[in-house]
Write a protein that binds this ligand. Structure first.
Ligand SMILES: [Zn+2]
Length: 350
């Protein structure tokens, strides 16, 4: 099946400034992937090829230099097309079909964009009757293009299938991330997965924003992650775009720092009404203490409900402190007076 392509006439291309040479399909042996440059791109639609055209005309070229452009919605736009010589990689403009995926820097390519680019590759192979070499711009010219993520994708063989699997199946580009430093804004796009999203959620829970999670936290950036991040950002006194729920470097730094200690700081008694299955205001305090002492996560915290997740966290406390377990049990979801005092000590109270 051929890829649906928005024609030059449809996206409002200007006439060619000059006459690009004709290249037969028989001359094509390579398929190059490009990105837009250092900056993230948020636009989609006709303005994507239009902006590139303005730039390339400004460089004195005949018009858009890529064979095709693919935006983050996965829409393909005609540039030089299948049979006009491109202007995208010196010494490879006849042999190489060049496709720009309209992202920049460390931005994560959408699954749709990758699927369309792969479909263009497949169609190019079909039209030429050969397996075209998969290349990134930097394979033909000294440049950062197509960026780390797209280059990894090219080297992985341009996988298209199953890319949206939220559980990490399929063939994602390998993620280079050290596990603690700010992974870049591109790691946090709704619906997309990145290992840093799990860490983000865990830190939000540790800081007391677990109430936003019905499940997880997990690797896929969800509305729960965004809402919890927004609440955390507002609690910093930030407003507007500083509190839009998308973590930046400063949000990340503050989240990875230790949470402020819970109050009160002195040991208190457990209300006898705080029992598994019950609702009580002090359950929230119990949850805070459990998380502060390292027995989290507690999905759904903080709440007044002593539910199954809170019970599991209490059982984890008892596993570490079996002397506080009810006699003769191996799973004790009730904290008990003596256990509650020990828990407060572990959480830093005196
Ligand atoms: Zn390039």
């Amino acid at each position: 099946m051929s890829v649906s392509i928005v024609s030059r006439a449809q996206w409002g291309a200007k006439p060619w400034a000059g006459t690009p040479n004709y290249v037969s399909l028989a001359q094509r042996t390579e398929f190059f992937i490009h990105y837009d440059g250092a900056d993230h791109i948020t636009r989609t639609g006709n303005s994507v090829p239009q902006a590139i055209e303005r730039g390339h005309l400004g460089q004195g070229w005949a018009g858009i230099g890529y064979s095709f452009v693919v935006d983050q919605e996965g829409v393909a736009y005609e540039g030089r097309g299948w049979t006009l010589q491109g202007a995208h990689c010196p010494d490879h403009n006849i042999s190489g079909i060049g496709v720009q995926i309209a992202i920049g820097g460390d931005q994560e390519p959408s699954a749709k964009a990758l699927a369309t680019a792969r479909a263009l590759y497949d169609e190019a192979c079909q039209k030429t009757g050969r397996t075209l070499a998969m290349k990134g711009h930097k394979d033909g010219f000294a440049t950062a293009c197509p960026g780390v993520r797209l280059y990894a994708w090219v080297k992985a063989g341009m996988p298209a299938g199953n890319y949206e699997d939220p559980n990490g199946g399929g063939s994602k580009p390998p993620v280079n991330w050290d596990g603690t430093s700010f992974p870049g804004a591109g790691a946090f796009a709704l619906g997309r997965s990145h290992p840093a999203v799990t860490v983000l959620g865990q830190r939000l829970v540790a800081h007391g924003y677990g109430r936003f999670y019905k499940e997880g936290p997990g690797p896929r950036f969800s509305e729960a992650d965004r809402s919890a991040t927004e609440a955390f950002q507002k609690a910093q006194g930030w407003t507007g775009s500083d509190a839009d729920g998308y973590p930046g470097a400063e949000t990340w730094k503050r989240l990875l720092a230790a949470p402020k200690p819970t109050t009160p700081s002195s040991i208190v008694a457990l209300n006898p009404a705080v029992k598994p299955g019950a609702k009580h205001a002090q359950v929230k305090e119990l949850q805070q203490l459990l998380i502060a002492a390292g027995y989290g996560p507690i999905p759904g915290a903080y709440s007044t409900y002593y539910g199954p997740e809170t019970q599991k966290a209490v059982a984890r406390f008892h596993n570490k402190n079996p002397q506080y377990r009810a006699a003769g049990t191996s799973y004790d979801p009730a904290i008990g007076q003596r256990g509650f005092i020990e828990l407060q000590k572990e959480a830093g109270r005196k």
